[in-house]
Design a protein around this ligand. Structure first.
Ligand SMILES: Cc1cc2nc3c(=O)[nH]c(=O)nc-3n(C[C@H](O)[C@H](O)[C@H](O)COP(=O)(O)O)c2cc1C
Length: 305
């Protein structure tokens, strides 16, 4: 069965609709012992910043019912290190490599996008709009359609002909409004959702479970929230949507395609079992057959409402 997905025709072609989600698959190299990374639809890398970033205080991970609460704080060695040391080792001729961009200021987004887009091995850029913006109020870029659009249009300009994926968080009143706004600002693709802010506590110790106190919730607990966002957005915009949140098996992938996603990204499931994403790619054709699906594009958005 044909699994190929043309996310941005001629510019972002995927062997299949399954990508790795930012921050959960390293650069891709870390997963080489667990499977053939060139068989994935694409690799969205760990979050990158312009300069090296120390990240959040420990502990950074807490298990919660049906989910993970994490605060890594975008620990990374910076974009230059990625370009010099990591990208040349990645099989970018055989699988699209998509760096995930994080910045506090629009100008930093612009510089980061320019540096990375100039690299032949970079297929597209994903802009994490859940990071903080420059008004220093703790607001995030995508809490406001105007700031979200400003960040996307800066990245789009700097990215030249490389496709730009705008990653949205659901922590806003109206995610559809932000989706429309980033589409108008030039985003080629939307991915959603990012993590949802949460708090886990230890009553005996009277402490928060994470060093940063609060963190982001991911995993099966967020899947219904993500499916709702993908469904609403895919009906409101003309660009493709990558569904992210709680995917653990091939049937979960079909759930996202059913509500309108063109592709999906597998996140924290790769922590509990690093073979998950490879298994999903392997299982998908047989699971499609089991559900009577012989054309993914026909199946997409076929939810009966
Ligand atoms: C430890 C961790 C780090 C993450 N780092 C990033 C990041 O740097 N940039 C980003 O856009 N999303 C980041 N995410 C969010 C994931 O890409 C994904 O959107 C989210 O975890 C929901 O998917 P899941 O339920 O399959 O994990 C991170 C998630 C986790 C668990």
């Amino acid at each position: 069965m044909e699994m190929h997905v043309s996310l941005v025709p001629g510019l972002l072609e995927l062997k299949n609709p399954v990508l790795s989600a930012a921050g959960t698959f390293g650069s891709g190299l870390e997963y080489l012992p667990y499977g053939d990374i060139t068989q994935l639809g694409g690799i969205i890398t760990n979050g990158l910043t312009l300069r090296p970033c120390m990240g959040s205080p420990m502990p950074r991970i807490a298990e919660t019912p049906s989910g993970l609460l994490t605060s890594v704080g975008t620990q990374n060695d910076g974009a230059e290190h990625f370009i010099r040391e990591v990208l040349p080792q990645l099989p970018w001729q055989d699988v699209p490599i998509i760096p995930n961009l994080n910045a506090n200021f629009v100008d930093d987004f612009s510089e980061l996008a320019g540096m990375l887009a100039a690299e032949e091995g970079v297929a597209a850029l994903e802009v994490n709009l859940s990071c903080h913006n420059d008004n220093r109020s703790g607001q995030r870029f995508n809490q406001n359609p105007v700031t979200a659009a400003r960040a996307v249009s800066a990245v789009k300009k700097a990215a030249k002909d490389k496709p730009v994926i705008a990653k949205l968080s659901p922590q806003i009143m109206d995610i559809v409004e932000v989706a429309r706004s980033v589409e108008a600002a030039g985003a080629d693709v939307i991915s959603c959702i990012g993590k949802v802010q949460g708090l886990a506590v230890d009553v005996r110790e009277r402490r928060a479970m994470l060093g940063n106190i609060t963190g982001g919730l991911s995993g099966p607990a967020v899947k219904p929230l993500a499916l709702r966002c993908v469904w609403q957005i895919s009906r409101a915009v003309d660009i493709p949507v990558i569904g992210v949140g709680g995917i653990r098996c091939a049937v979960d992938v079909l759930e996202y395609l059913l509500v309108g996603a063109h592709a999906v990204a597998v996140g924290s499931a790769s922590f509990s079992d690093p073979e998950t994403i490879f298994r999903i790619v392997r299982d998908l054709p047989a699971v499609c057959e089991e559900y009577g699906i012989d054309d993914l594009s026909e199946f997409r958005s076929s939810l009966k409402v």
